[in-house]
Ligand binder design. Structure first.
Ligand code: ADP
Ligand code: MG
Length: 227
């Protein structure tokens, strides 16, 4: 079993840079999409496949920019006291259609009473979505995703365990690096954004993986904000 502890010290610099670039790219992108749409309406059929490709690629740029903009969010502004179990349940419902498509079932286990936590609920949801989505995507033969939550000495521990192919030791080191992806249509930004968000919550993400067996993401979050 390979274990890896991730600290996200360097991410704030990357975040600032990303924010600037993302904002700059967004405006010309809007213009491009608008004019492509106009052109498409006047085009002959033989060119329509080119437009399909152009639109797919524009959408890809769009999703990269949107993920980057999460990094740009001002820190520690909208922290609220929220029920993290509720956030997890909403995430599961949101991803259930995708899970069904992949023959994946969820198991949610609450090991004890989980108190409310001081957090940015939408950001936390984003983390759960990213990690659970990755778990679904990696389980090509279906199976179970086990999600467990417990409270212990002022921390909430969330673990998300899949039965996918696992991650080898070398790749484990690269998790969370921007643009690191093994997927044809991946952006390689989901985990980077997730590490960043958990960092802002003064929490920690740890990944444990065994090749051929699966991967578990452990998320540790303080119940009260520690500043
Ligand atoms: P993307 O999903 O767009 O590739 P992510 O940042 O979400 O970007 O993930 C980066 C990479 O980490 C993935 O491409 C995959 O190789 C690896 N990864 C993430 N989660 C898992 C998992 N549960 N099992 C196996 N590999 C994973
Ligand atoms: Mg992903």
């Amino acid at each position: 079993i390979e274990e890896h502890l991730r600290k996200s010290d360097t991410l704030s610099v990357v975040g600032q840079l990303a924010a600037g670039i993302a904002h700059e790219i967004r405006n010309p992108m809007t213009a491009l999409k608008g004019f492509i749409q106009l052109l498409e309406d006047t085009m002959t059929d033989d060119h329509s496949m080119y437009f399909g490709v152009i639109k797919t690629e524009l959408n890809r740029i769009d999703s990269i920019i949107n993920e980057f903009l999460v990094l740009a969010k001002p820190q520690a502004t909208k922290f609220l006291e929220k029920d993290i179990v509720q956030i997890m349940r909403e995430t599961i419902e949101l991803l259930r259609p995708q899970a069904v498509l992949h023959n994946v079932q969820f198991k949610l286990e609450l090991k004890n009473d989980i108190p409310s936590i001081y957090c940015e609920p939408n950001q936390l949801k984003k983390v759960f979505i990213n990690i659970i989505k990755n778990a679904i995507e990696v389980m090509s033969n279906g199976g179970f995703i086990n999600i467990s939550m417990k409270e212990e000495s002022d921390y909430i521990y969330v673990s998300i365990q899949d039965e996918g192919e696992g991650i080898d030791a070398e790749l484990l080191q690269k998790l969370g690096e921007p643009f690191y992806t093994t997927k044809e249509k991946g952006t390689g930004l989901g985990l980077m954004v997730s590490y960043r968000i958990i960092d802002e919550h003064k929490g920690k993400i740890e990944v444990e993986s065994e090749e051929g067996k699966g991967t578990t993401f452990h998320i540790k979050l303080p119940i009260k904000s520690i500043s």
